[in-house]
Design a protein around this ligand. Structure first.
Ligand code: FES
Length: 554
């Protein structure tokens, strides 16, 4: 008989073929367990805790990744742990990311004021003569085309279907929406003021959707989430490997992201009161792999030298083709790609910063799991990828989270102890990227972290008592307790571990290497650079002072 596995939270029960890993069984049953390393036993994202039933003996990966303490408490890696007998397991971390309130349409500090957009969407109110003379035969469509000055090839068959009722609703007064020559919609009455678009950034770890009013450039609402493809692999290579493993997997990855975009569309339209049918343009950027997966293109060769994308040109498809729940004729525009690892997101950064328009040399860094660095001026522009990992997006950090309500975004040391600030002044849930950078800078200043990045547990006697009590050695692990349960409203302990500090060092190292390499290739010295720009949610919140904090190398 197949053993029954119960998965918490949600109490989902799954009949499992003996020997199947918990990760595979959960995914087959539609339960999401994040598998950042793609199930190779090289991270801790899939960790689960046995609540009942005997945990199997730990594997080497369990011991290496989780450490003795967690293994003893009943934690295992779901990707390494085969089910042999009935058991109940809890997916960790217990905090459900989806329960976080996502930052909405509020303007972030330093966010740009509305800009004039040239989206190419035109709305025109026209008066159409309704056919009424049976001795002079004409049609609804011909009358519409005559009034709008369009030809029959400009109109999709979808517009024909609703035309009779639309034309007669207001005695022929209709609004025609066009993109170039193409008629996307014909609506009854005057709807010229309702003209909206979406800007979507699909990152390896996070996905952000912003609803824009196309005439004023005003941001109406914004929503961000973790990329749900991450359950099949946190980094690009794991995701490409997953896509290659089975022909159905590419489809799975595509449906995951489209499903999330539709959830985002539902949320931004609900938050703003805008009807989805008034969204006529969607601009999508992302790295080359995310771009290919959205379009259902096999990304296999993006992961192999010479890392060639399948295509690089700008692509426009209809929302209907991608099953996006906006106006079905809305144009979905994907910006061009530069190379296998310099994608449409880098092109968007170049366009938004106008880095190629100015005489001064500037650097723009899009910090992300697969970040990019751009360096240049109007003379020349260089770009390279800088895979910083997901640390500054709060992933692969023990108590990390995105910059959402309740994230600790500011940490300082005052009166011998830590002072915390959370986004929205809400109860502390975890550390976001800017909070992690702040915490490390403050702990460097206070002498808790030494110049190599080591949490100096041995030297804690020098610290003031309140701070000293936060610096711990638990089993083999060095950590600093940032918030105890009850502090800043936290329900559980929030700590910064030694491994978290190492992740940030790796991230900073990747970005610094990218910048140094471009400077070398371009023959530019640091003194020649007039500005460094940080893109993304992290850039909005980070304290510049903390980001600049470094310990001189001894
Ligand atoms: S260790 Fe299991 S997915 Fe990474």
């Amino acid at each position: 008989m197949s053993p029954v596995l119960t998965i918490l939270p949600g109490r989902r029960t799954v009949d499992v073929t003996p020997g199947t890993t918990i990760l595979k069984a959960a995914h087959a049953a539609g339960v999401d367990i994040t598998a950042t390393c793609g199930g190779r036993g090289r991270c801790t994202s899939c960790r689960i805790k046995f609540v009942s039933g005997a945990p199997p003996p730990p594997t080497i990966s369990d011991q290496l990744q989780l450490g003795e303490g967690l293994v003893r408490e009943g934690y295992r890696l779901a990707c390494q742990c085969a089910v042999t007998a009935a058991a109940t397991v809890q997916i960790a971390p217990a905090v459900d990311e989806r329960s976080f309130q996502i930052l909405g349409g509020e303007r972030l500090p330093g966010a740009p004021t509305p800009v004039t957009l040239d989206a190419g969407i035109d709305k025109q109110v026209v008066q159409v003569t309704l056919p009424k003379d049976e001795h002079h035969q004409t049609s609804d469509l011909e009358e519409l085309l005559a009034a709008a000055g369009a030809s029959v090839d400009d109109v999709s068959a979808d517009v024909w279907k609703t035309l009779p009722a639309t034309l007669r609703d207001r005695q022929g007064e209709v609004t025609v929406t066009r993109f170039g020559r193409r008629i996307l919609a014909v609506e009854s009455g005057d709807t010229a003021l309702h003209k909206f678009g979406l800007a979507i950034d699909i990152g390896t770890t996070s996905v952000v959707t912003t609803l824009m009013e196309l005439a004023s450039g005003e941001q109406m609402a914004s929503v961000s989430s973790l990329n749900p493809q991450a359950v099949f692999g946190g980094d690009l290579m794991s995701r490409i490997a997953f896509a290659q493993a089975d022909p159905g997997n590419l489809r799975k990855l595509q449906t995951r992201i489209i499903g999330l975009l539709n959830q985002h569309i539902e949320q931004v339209t609900r938050d703003s009161g805008v009807l989805a049918k008034w969204i006529y343009k969607v601009v999508v950027v992302g790295n080359t792999c995310m771009h290919h997966l959205l379009l259902g293109i096999d990304p296999s060769y993006v992961g192999l030298a010479p890392y060639a994308p399948v295509l690089r040109h700008a692509v426009t498809v209809s929302a209907r083709e991608l099953f996006l729940k906006v106006n079905p004729e809305a144009r979905v525009c994907l910006l061009p790609l530069v190379a296998g690892f310099v994608g449409a997101d880098a092109v968007a950064v170049a366009l938004a910063t106008r880095i190629a328009d100015t005489p001064e040399i500037r650097i723009a860094v899009d910090i992300g799991t697969n970040g990019e660095v751009l360096l240049g001026s109007r003379e020349h522009l260089w770009a390279c990828s800088a895979p910083a990992g997901p640390a500054l997006e709060g992933a692969q950090i023990r108590h990390g989270m995105r910059a959402a309500m309740g994230a600790i975004d500011r940490v300082s040391v005052a009166d011998g102890d830590l002072r915390l600030h959370t986004i929205g002044e809400a109860a502390a849930q975890g550390l976001c990227g800017s909070g992690i950078v702040d915490a490390i800078a403050a702990l460097l200043d206070a002498g808790v972290i030494d110049w190599t990045g080591l949490i100096d547990v041995d030297g804690r006697e020098r610290l003031p008592a309140p701070l000293r009590a936060r610096v711990l050695m638990r089993g083999e692990e060095r950590l600093v307790v940032i918030a105890r349960p009850g502090e800043a409203g936290a329900e559980r302990e929030i700590a910064l571990t030694q491994e978290d500090v190492r992740q940030v060092q790796l991230c900073k190292g990747a970005i610094a290497s990218g910048v140094a390499m471009l400077q070398h290739v371009a023959g530019v010295s640091p003194g020649d650079v007039s500005e460094l720009m940080l893109a993304g949610g992290f850039g909005n919140y980070v304290s510049i002072r903390s980001a600049l904090r470094r310990q001189p190398i001894r």
